[in-house]
Design a protein around this ligand. Structure first.
Ligand code: ZN
Length: 359
């Protein structure tokens, strides 16, 4: 038995937000729009105008953290709405997904950054109010619509796009590990051929177009290369990890979140370095490791602990992060090699050494 899961509809292009009203009215008649405060300043007015074209829409500003308190607030305010829309970064989108699931409402996702694999997925990450990883939440359904306006992504600081590439580059390695072990994906079964192909396409697309996309985003313009990388970061990365499964890179990321000095770094940046560590953990050959370090340096992804502000952290603290990556519930156990905290610490230190040596 094999299985695959996807969002109901994925739409991407310049001025895609012009379709907002039409897409909401396909899903329901009363909508709740949760929007990042920064996004609200940039385009809140035009979002609510478009959203209200065909449906009664109320707007609310995201509190800043996908934590239980914020989830409760949104669920309470959105009672009676049949469409929940999240517009903004990963945490806003996750909060909207959880609220839609609680309320049994349809869910529309409008990523304004291409920085994580979260938008298309049927899961969300809940943090404490202080931003420490708490738990994953899983739903029976992916978002009904994921609407990506490429102009909006191009306007955002390029660091978000680069961070998304870091997240996207983990996808293939984790899917490959899961396939090797016949580990179940988000649908509860090993990956289909199509799931694995999406994960691989994600990797190839980022490596091929990543630097070109970075140039376009720096100029705040949309080019075919940027469109490809937006699709890789948002759709292929999300569908790739849900269908291919997660393994050590995301587990090591979760472990690193307990180290305070790295809190100002994005999910994709920490996943990126964790992916390098995973290459050492799983004993990948020179050529693959070199390809990855070379790409990281070209686009500016972290290759050392110092790049994540973790170079002053005691080895005993790093070991605690390695232990957190190896708790029984973690996806690190989908690796086909034996894994323990000592092995994870060794991989982190080896990855850092290679980064410092400009490997
Ligand atoms: Zn991720």
């Amino acid at each position: 038995m094999r299985a695959a899961v996807f969002p109901g509809k994925y739409m991407q292009g310049r001025n895609a937000l012009d379709l907002l009203g039409q897409e909401i009215s396909r899903l329901g008649s009363r909508a709740y729009l949760l929007v990042d405060s920064f996004v609200d300043q940039m385009m809140g007015q035009s979002l609510i105008e478009r959203a209200s074209e065909d449906a009664n829409t109320q707007k609310s500003i995201f509190g800043g953290e996908c934590c239980d308190l914020e989830i409760e607030r949104v669920v309470h305010e959105a009672e009676g709405c049949d469409v929940i829309i999240g517009a903004g970064g990963g945490k806003t989108l996750d909060t909207a997904k959880i609220a839609a699931n609680h309320l049994g409402a349809r869910c529309m996702i409008i990523p304004t950054l291409a920085s994580t694999d979260a938008p298309c997925s049927s899961s969300a990450v809940v943090y404490t109010g202080e931003g420490i990883f708490l738990r994953y939440e899983y739903f029976n359904q992916n978002p009904d619509v994921v609407l990506v306006d490429s102009n909006v992504i191009a306007e955002a600081p390029v660091r978000f796009l680069i961070s998304g590439m870091g997240d996207a580059l983990s996808t293939w390695f984790e899917a490959e590990s899961c396939a090797r072990k016949n580990a179940p994906n988000r649908a509860g079964y090993p990956a289909t051929l199509s799931g694995l192909a999406l994960a691989r396409l994600c990797y190839d697309t980022v490596l091929t177009y990543g630097e070109l996309a970075k140039f376009a985003c720096e100029q705040k313009v949309v080019t075919p290369a940027l469109e490809h990388v937006i699709e890789a970061n948002i759709f292929l990365s999300g569908a790739g990890f849900e269908n291919g499964g997660l393994a050590s890179a995301h587990a090591i990321h979760d472990g690193l979140t307990i180290l305070k000095p790295s809190h100002s770094f994005y999910h994709g940046e920490k996943v990126a370095f964790s992916t390098l560590a995973s290459l050492f953990l799983t004993g990948k050959d020179d050529a693959i490791i070199q390809t990855m370090y070379a790409f990281y340096r070209k686009v500016g992804l972290p290759t050392t602990l110092a790049d994540l502000n973790l170079d002053q952290v005691e080895r005993s603290e790093l070991f605690k992060a390695a232990q957190a990556a190896c708790i029984p519930e973690e996806t690190i156990h989908n690796e086909s090699v034996p894994v323990d905290p000592e092995a994870v610490l060794a991989a982190l230190l080896a990855a850092d050494a290679a980064g410092r040596a400009d490997f």
